[in-house]
Design a protein around this ligand. Structure first.
Ligand SMILES: Cc1cc2nc3c(=O)[nH]c(=O)nc-3n(C[C@H](O)[C@H](O)[C@H](O)COP(=O)(O)OP(=O)(O)OC[C@H]3O[C@@H](n4cnc5c(N)ncnc54)[C@H](O)[C@@H]3O)c2cc1C
Length: 366
């Protein structure tokens, strides 16, 4: 980890007050932030952080708001939207190193890399949100994760206002996690992420559904662009691409992470499932001899099927893992539905589902 410090200008900084966060999240819920500001450069970011620190205010970093559930009461500190949109490209030993500003739109960045023929992130097409959030939960889909291409992450330490840099092996990446989601949760503002991409590289197709989709269309030697188009099409079928005309996409994506179990835990789950009349529990091999169980299977068997509705919220008609705001839903309703799902899955299967989005402003745990 490298550290560097820079002097702060004593510039006057005035954040906006009482800004509603709902329009900044894909769930479309969330009350006002007491203070709100946008940071378009590292210098602005430091000023905002310094301002909040002097007033002992908590800071909420916001990217694209696609993995955030903010309470209806809002946020009592400074909500800080990162809009640093720099992009630097270098070549190193035949590879491209793309240093992308945290505020760049992730899918635009993927599109640009695919168009230039740089392989490594094509299967991550269509994921909403910002570049800066991708290392946080080690964003992944269709056989790729950003940990496979990230070289380093630069961030601002909120407590000290120092810039720190983590090499990939220091990021503690795991399945939907990293040090930024665990040990350093809420302690850093990510400024820039460097990805190593392969110019002229072939796409790596390691996901059965994607392979099948391409094969069915006679695409035997797909290029990066074919893979991007296929991933977008598959995602659209599941409302996993933000589309204002598709009410099922008014979500935070998957609300729960797929549980990863030891063999003994899986056997226990199977016994419980069999007693309930379910003969076969699906599972996929995960690293270290563990087994990944689809959370969607557990949720549907617990009685929360696609299209389930409760008040102003429900479950997507296309994907059992997505909790959706049906239009008039509140953050409290989303929280309560998630809580009900979690509790029923626990009671029936003995599995403690973990939420994927960051949950802000609720006093009680989910
Ligand atoms: C329709 C849909 C489909 C999705 N599909 C996938 C998928 O296939 N795979 C997947 O992994 N995820 C998926 N997601 C989840 C989400 O898109 C990703 O987690 C994304 O990386 C979140 O980015 P964001 O900028 O919107 O983060 P936000 O929602 O703004 O923030 C999420 C968390 O990251 C923090 N954060 C954001 N930016 C920064 C920063 N610069 N520095 C420090 N902290 C920061 C926030 O404080 C918060 O804790 C999906 C979401 C939706 C709505």
């Amino acid at each position: 980890m490298r550290k560097s410090t820079a002097g702060m200008g004593a510039n006057a900084f005035k954040p906006a007050e009482g800004v509603l966060l709902a329009p900044m999240t894909t769930l479309g819920v969330g009350g006002p932030a007491r203070y709100f500001a946008k940071a378009t450069s590292c210098r602005e970011l430091r000023l905002c952080v310094e301002w909040a620190r002097e007033r002992h205010l908590p800071i909420l970093i916001i990217g694209g708001g696609s993995n955030l559930l903010v309470s209806d009461e809002g946020f009592p500190g400074l909500a800080l939207k990162i809009e640093i949109r720099s992009l630097q490209i270098e070549t190193q030993r035949g590879c491209v190193i793309a240093r992308a500003g945290a505020g760049l739109d992730w899918d635009q960045f993927v599109k640009e890399c695919v168009a230039r023929g740089w392989a490594g992130i094509e299967c991550l097409s269509g994921i909403p949100g910002s570049v800066g959030a991708t290392p946080i939960q080690n964003v992944g889909a269709y056989g790729q994760e950003v940990s496979q291409t990230i070289v380093s992450v630069r961030a601002l330490e909120l407590e000290t206002n120092n810039i720190v840099e983590f090499r990939a092996n220091e990021c503690q990446f795991g399945y939907r996690t990293s040090r930024f989601k665990a040990r350093h949760k809420d302690r850093l503002a990510i400024i820039e992420v460097a990805y190593r991409l392969e110019p002229g590289g072939r796409p790596k197709i390691q996901y059965a559904e994607l392979e099948q989709y391409l094969a069915e269309r006679g695409c035997r030697a797909p290029g990066l662009d074919d893979v991007r188009r296929a991933v977008l099409a598959i995602r659209r079928r599941k409302a996993m691409v933000i589309d204002p005309s598709d009410p099922d996409s008014r979500s935070a994506g998957s609300f729960f992470i797929n549980p990863v179990l030891t063999l003994a835990e899986f056997e226990d789950l199977q016994k419980r499932a069999q007693k309930l009349g379910f003969q076969h529990v699906p599972a996929f091999a995960a690293p270290d001899g563990l087994l990944k169980v689809p959370a969607a299977w557990l949720i549907e068997r617990a009685g929360f099927e696609r299209g389930y509705k409760r008040g102003g919220v429900g479950i997507s008609t296309k994907h059992a893992l997505a909790i959706v705001n049906l239009g008039s839903g509140t953050a409290r309703e989303i929280f309560e539905l998630a809580r009900q799902i979690k509790s029923r899955v626990r009671d029936m299967f003995g599995i403690e589902l973990q939420p994927e989005p960051t949950i802000v402003g609720f006093q009680e745990p989910l």
